[in-house]
Design a protein around this ligand. Structure first.
Ligand code: BDP
Length: 695
């Protein structure tokens, strides 16, 4: 059985080929190019660089190139502010480049919008220049990061012809950070924001954070937890927020906040929080204006209301649209947005939690202010290892919907398990909602292309924290990276993103790249297999949400118990959401709803999500359901075993410190996978084999 390296002294005592690393540099390590021919090509193409422009962002771009080029090219590479004859890398806004004599650039940038960029090889005589141009400084910065990625991933740069624009407009990282420095569902230390020190002491890490976000195209950050504390809107906290906003602005990143709905009463001393009360609306408008005075480009509010005990408009008899629209009107003066979360599941709405948001929000379609996004989690329950896409994506055609993904792996082994999430997110994005007939993908709903809407948003609940390597697990960084890359362009494949990330973060050695890619690409399906196969969900232990506890039945609410979800009994297992059960299959559009409704046609991966299935049911494989469950748990474990072996094989290509960190976690992941199988199958087996006494 693969275990960490004990006993294999020979390899261990070999001098390390690479100095130890701590992961702080993320995918921006810029290690020297070790392929001689490419190195020669790069040095020839970029003997120097000129960044045209006098603003703060131009300075940041120069700094980035000064850091990256000498390191990647392993030679002196001047980075200046002026154009000089001869080959060079030239970067600047269209206006700045035109003012320096490159008259054709503005026309060429016409279709790039505010955030797109182009990277072109342009020849004048025998000289070739690589020109990175855009309409705004932050977009030039993104173009420069793109160019550096080409070097980091060893691409041919002799004839570049790249134009890139984001498919989704607001690409937001949301932090569930509390004002005391703790992070809700955070597994990588404490908050990055030093609230006690702000606004006077500004940690270097704030810039490094912004730099990392900008490098993958993220353009917004929600600083505080959705379970918000009212203090965040107090004048002193707004000063702190403004200090962060000032740091992030030159990187093209806007700041958002999660307000608490009861702030008018708690902070403002008003009698209530009813959004229809003019005094309440006035209070929020004043608050928004106060924020805009400090942060003119304030992104807006992300609101969790009437959910899990948070206050909201329903407390005073109003509805979600009243609350969301009140915020939107308050923010009108500065163009801020409202991200109104649809994560609601009060028991009086429906017995089946998977139907609640659908039932609450579909009647409100078309009633929201244009600045409101209804923010919908990828699935209808809660960031489980695998869920079908949320039915709201197919049923609110007149409302912009923001997709909320969780990067933090709350239910997927947190910062211990290596689980690359891009394949999960792609499965959701590629799902067909049938909202306007076949081909109406979730991605087209979210990016607005299905309805011809220009505004669009995607939110990722962050996995970052104060740990030196930012994400707890070195491979957790890949999920932050993948979120940014997919938010920019959801058509990228999981594989392409993984490969970029590996090459920039670990190595370009082909065999090691392949091995790491195999690990990453299979890791999510393996996690589903050893935790919640065949559409099972919510089997984690209460509170910490890490290990298995399928027997848990003692929660104060039925739908906080695990037995509510799996419903194992002598007859079978699974939640009947078909027309003979809760009817949740009917929250999807035809012909998907009929397919999900039909036990024979329901995709196997969602079988127990939609059906209560007899233990002896014959699966397409010919096995019984019970046998199939066993096969899945074993398959997940087998993959976890393989990951430890593949990781061992890349030892020589990776620095010892990071190798060991990952190896230790893989060993724990494998042990956990076995434990999941043991606990779940022992428990379910009591029913399947008729040994339980309860039924
Ligand atoms: C659940 C988390 C809880 C969050 C909630 C939310 O367990 O801590 O507050 O989601 O998204 O997954 O509001």
């Amino acid at each position: 059985m693969p275990t960490p390296r004990r006993g294999k002294k020979k390899t261990e005592s070999r001098p390390a080929a690479f100095p130890p690393e701590d992961g702080y540099d993320l995918w921006l390590r810029y290690r020297a190019v070790d392929a001689p021919r490419l190195l020669a090509q790069y040095r020839k193409a970029v003997p120097r660089a000129a960044v045209i422009g006098g603003g703060e962002t131009s300075g940041i771009i120069r700094d980035e190139l000064r850091r990256a080029l000498p390191s990647l090219l392993d030679c002196h590479t001047p980075v200046t502010s002026e154009l000089a004859p001869g080959p060079a890398l030239v970067a600047g806004t269209a206006a700045a480049l035109a003012a320096s004599g490159m008259k054709a650039v503005p026309e060429a940038c016409r279709d790039l919008g505010g955030e797109g960029y182009r990277i072109r090889t342009e020849r004048t005589g025998k000289d070739a220049r690589i020109v990175i141009a855009a309409n705004t400084d932050p977009a030039v910065l993104r173009g420069v990061f793109h160019f550096l990625r080409l070097l980091q991933t060893r691409q041919d740069i002799r004839a570049l012809k790249i134009a890139s624009r984001p498919r989704i407009r607001h690409r937001i990282l949301a932090h569930w950070d509390n004002l005391d420095g703790s992070i809700e569902r955070g597994y990588a230390g404490y908050s990055l924001w030093q609230w006690d020190d702000l606004p006077t002491v500004l940690a270097d890490r704030y810039r490094d954070y912004a730099r990392a976000c900008a490098s993958v195209g993220i353009n917004g950050t929600v600083l505080n937890n959705v379970n918000s504390q009212t203090e965040i809107l107090r004048a002193d906290y707004l000063m702190k927020t403004a200090a962060l906003a000032d740091i992030f602005r030159p990187y093209g990143i806007r700041v958002y906040l999660s307000p608490n709905f009861s702030a008018p009463r708690e902070l403002g001393g008003l009698a209530g929080n009813d959004p229809r009360d003019p005094a309440v609306a006035w209070w929020w408008r004043e608050k928004a204006e106060e924020i805009y005075r400090l942060i003119p480009d304030f992104g807006g509010f992300q609101v969790k209301a009437n959910s899990e005990g948070m206050p909201g408009p329903k407390d005073s008899g109003a509805n979600h649209d009243d609350g969301a629209n009140m915020f939107a009107r308050a923010l009108e003066g500065g163009g801020g947005k409202v991200l109104w979360r649809a994560f609601v599941y009060e028991t009086d709405i429906d017995y089946d939690r998977a139907k609640c948001a659908y039932k609450e929000f579909t009647p409100l379609d078309g009633r929201f202010h244009p600045a409101v996004f209804v923010q919908v989690k990828n699935g209808p329950v809660d960031f489980q290892p695998r869920e079908p896409f949320h039915p709201l994506f197919g049923s609110m055609p007149r409302t912009p919907l923001a997709l909320e993904l969780q990067i933090a792996q709350e239910y997927l082994g947190q910062s211990i398990h290596l689980v690359y999430l891009a394949p999960m997110w792609k499965e959701v994005l590629e799902s067909d909602t049938y909202a306007r007939g076949a081909g109406s993908k979730v991605s087209a709903v979210v990016d607005g292309s299905l309805t011809g809407r220009a505004d669009s948003a995607i939110v990722g609940d962050a996995n970052t924290g104060s740990d030196r390597n930012w994400c707890g697990h070195h491979f957790g960084q890949a999920n932050w990276y993948a979120f940014g890359r997919l938010a920019w362009d959801h058509t990228l494949s999981s594989e392409a993103i993984a490969e970029e990330w590996i090459r920039a973060t670990w190595t370009n050695q082909a065999r090691a790249v392949q091995a790491m890619k195999k690990m990453m690409l299979g890791s999510w399906e393996a996690c589903v297999d050893y935790m919640t196969p065949l559409g099972l969900n919510c089997l984690v232990a209460e509170g910490h949400h890490y290990g298995p506890d399928p027997a848990f039945d003692a929660a104060p609410r039925e739908d906080w118990s695990n037995v509510y979800y799996h419903r194992a009994d002598r007859r079978g297992i699974g939640f009947d959401r078909s027309s003979t059960g809760s009817g949740a299959a009917a929250t999807y559009q035809s012909p998907l709803r009929e397919q999900l409704d039909d036990l024979q046609r329901c995709p196997e991966k969602f079988l127990l999500w939609f059906h209560h299935v007899p233990w002896d049911h014959r699966m397409p494989s010919g096995r019984t359901l019970w046998e199939e469950l066993e096969v899945h748990y074993d398959r997940g474990i087998a993959f976890a075993e393989k990951m430890t072996l593949w990781w061992e094989k890349v030892r020589a290509e990776v620095d010892p410190a990071r190798h060991r960190h990952v190896a230790e976690r893989l060993a724990k992941q494998l042990a956990n996978a076995r434990f999941w199988k043991k606990v779940c199958l022992e428990y379910f087996g009591r029913f399947a084999k008729g040994e339980d006494e309860k039924t």
